[in-house]
Design a protein around this ligand. Structure first.
Ligand SMILES: [Zn+2]
Length: 493
């Protein structure tokens, strides 16, 4: 993988130049070849390898990239339809007046969304890997010594064409594509780590490009959704009937449902006893056990050079603390951000090494994601993290091997009871409404955001104004997760 990423970085880096000049219409300098046969079913990575190598003439990468993209978009729009179901469910529950200890996330609709979340990330991963792999194979095919710089150029052209065409998708597809380009950006950055001679800023610029093109340049996210909201709804309604994606969500659902219930129910509201590192109920919190009016805001998947500091400035201005669950593969790379966030008094916690679905890993994988990541973060944070959050909340059962490893590292597992769903929804208006509705229903708890998205910054800014007003009136308290734990422990001592 290392070699592959390294090898494919130059074309990625150079895409910028190609993409920003739309009038660049030169045909691919790859010779006349057989186009790939039409792909009736979605190709696996091996299928692509076979067909690419078989057509020794010149494979056009576009159909392959297109097939992968279509597949990703189907999952995206299906997820959007599930998000709409979830929002409807929240509305319904708000009308019914929830019972005091009811948890709005303990619902099949939410479990389906989490399944779709895992699926979306898998698709993203698959697309990016295929994309990079394709470039590698293409290079292999043409690696005659005489090819020299020609080879480089041909590869760049091919990648640029495929990427430019995908970027030029219109309307709501742009929202879906943002996630893909963010992923390509991350992979490119990882290659930079392994190849110091690459200019870091160039790789970062690839991701920036995706963000810049997320909406029409002159539209804000809110304006964009005003214009394209009904389009997105329509696409989601159609995607709801997508049986193949539906089946895949169903395949994941049983395990996810158990996970969510285990995380939400293993600590009943106001349950007695100390919260401590343990693989049982005392080592898992979701906020339902906090005193009424106590709120902890949490941010996952960072740090981000683009968004984290903006959030921290907003929090500091309001004299509030939040908890950041970060990835060990990112934190050392953004040590300046880590230092600043720490200096601002925020809580720094662990979200594994590379955001894998822990349930799918063997012992070696878990060692890397839970044990090694703790060591890396301890160094970056200057103190060992005391809190851990499994990616997707997927830790398996209480007492199981994942929870035991987390406890062995002296960390408490932290779930949530309010989910912004900001990984799917890029519209600040609807993210805000969703968070407020859940907060009203739950009364106290842990709110889940991600500090890698623009909309999460916008929503937090608006939410902090509300919280500030409520806090000034003595109705609520905003604390870090560790402060809440200390408070619960003090009251049960
Ligand atoms: Zn995450």
């Amino acid at each position: 993988m290392r070699t592959l990423l390294f090898f494919s970085l130059p074309p990625l880096v150079m895409l910028l130049g190609c993409v920003s000049t739309p009038e660049h219409k030169e045909p691919l300098a790859l010779g006349a070849g057989q186009p790939l046969r039409s792909l009736a079913s979605l190709p696996s990575t091996e299928d692509i390898a076979r067909s690419t190598k078989a057509s020794l003439g010149l494979p056009d990468p576009q159909p392959v990239v297109e097939a992968q993209l279509k597949r990703y978009l189907r999952v995206f729009y299906h997820t959007q339809s599930l998000l709409n179901d979830f929002d409807r469910m929240l509305e319904e529950k708000a009308r019914q007046k929830p019972s005091a200890d009811g948890n709005v996330l303990a619902d099949e609709t939410y479990a389906k969304l989490i399944s779709a979340w895992i699926l979306s990330d898998q698709e993203k991963e698959r697309f990016v890997q295929s994309y990079l792999t394709l470039a590698q194979w293409e290079a292999d095919l043409r690696s005659a010594p005489a090819a020299g710089r020609e080879l480089e150029r041909a590869r760049v052209e091919m990648m640029a064409k495929a990427l430019r065409q995908s970027l030029d998708r219109a309307g709501t597809d742009r929202i879906a594509l943002q996630g893909l380009y963010q992923k390509i950006h991350e992979e490119a950055e990882e290659s930079v780590m392994n190849e110091p001679s690459m200019a870091d800023s160039q790789a970062r610029a690839i991701g920036q490009l995706a963000w810049d093109r997320q909406f029409n340049a002159k539209d804000s996210a809110t304006a964009f959704y005003k214009k394209h909201g009904s389009e997105l709804q329509m696409a989601a309604v159609q995607a709801a009937a997508d049986q193949e994606v539906q089946r895949e969500v169903a395949n994941l659902l049983t395990a996810v449902k158990e996970e969510i219930l285990a995380n939400l129910m293993s600590r009943e509201p106001q349950s007695a006893g100390q919260i401590m590192a343990s693989s049982g109920a005392s080592g898992n919190i979701n906020g339902q056990g906090f005193p009424m009016g106590t709120w902890a805001l949490t941010y996952d998947d960072g740090p981000s050079g683009n968004f984290t500091m903006k959030l921290v400035q907003d929090l500091s201005r309001n004299r509030m603390k939040a908890t950041f669950f970060w990835l060990a593969k990112l934190a050392p790379r953004l040590q300046g951000v880590v230092n600043n966030v720490k200096a601002a008094g925020m809580d720094l916690a662990s979200h594994s090494f590379a955001h894998r679905n822990l349930q799918s890993l063997n012992a070696g994988g878990l060692q890397q994601e839970i044990v090694n990541s703790t060591r890396i973060l301890s160094q970056s944070y200057g103190a060992p993290p005391r809190l851990f959050r499994c990616p997707y909340g997927a830790c398996g059962q209480a007492g199981g091997r994942i929870r035991q490893l987390i406890a062995d590292q002296k960390m408490v597992h932290v779930f949530w009871n309010v989910d912004s769903l900001d990984w799917q929804d890029r519209n600040p208006q609807s993210v805000y409404a969703r968070v407020k509705r859940q907060m009203a229903a739950q009364g106290r708890g842990i709110v889940l955001f991600h500090d890698i998205h623009a909309q999460s910054v916008t929503v937090t800014n608006r939410l902090l104004a509300d919280l500030q007003k409520d806090a000034a009136a003595g109705r609520i308290r905003v604390v870090s997760v560790q402060q809440a734990i200390d408070q619960v422990n003090a009251s049960t001592r």
